[in-house]
Design a protein around this ligand. Structure first.
Ligand SMILES: [Zn+2]
Length: 86
């Protein structure tokens, strides 16, 4: 696997990526992620290589994982892809 791209994700998505948890108030979270990353959602991992102690940062930009447009804390994540050239 190699990194396809870095993304900034909301706290709800981070919880799912890191722990597999779905917040009670976001029952459609997986469906929302599947719309943004059809085929790739199993390859989203928390964190990135540059910052192992990601505390998150507030942003009004939409979540790049689920597509939520609510402002909030964003955390680093990465989308991996199979390295077909290896
Ligand atoms: Zn999200």
């Amino acid at each position: 696997m190699k990194k396809l791209c870095d993304i900034e994700v909301c706290g709800d998505c981070l919880g799912w990526i890191a722990n597999g948890t779905i917040p009670d108030d976001r029952p459609t979270l997986l469906a929302e992620i599947a719309k943004v990353w059809p085929g790739d959602m199993r390859h989203i991992v928390a964190g990135n290589s540059e910052d192992d102690n990601d505390e998150g940062a507030f942003s009004w930009s939409g979540c790049e994982c689920c597509g939520s447009r609510l402002g909030g804390t964003r955390y680093a994540a990465a989308v991996l892809t199979a390295d077909l050239s290896a």
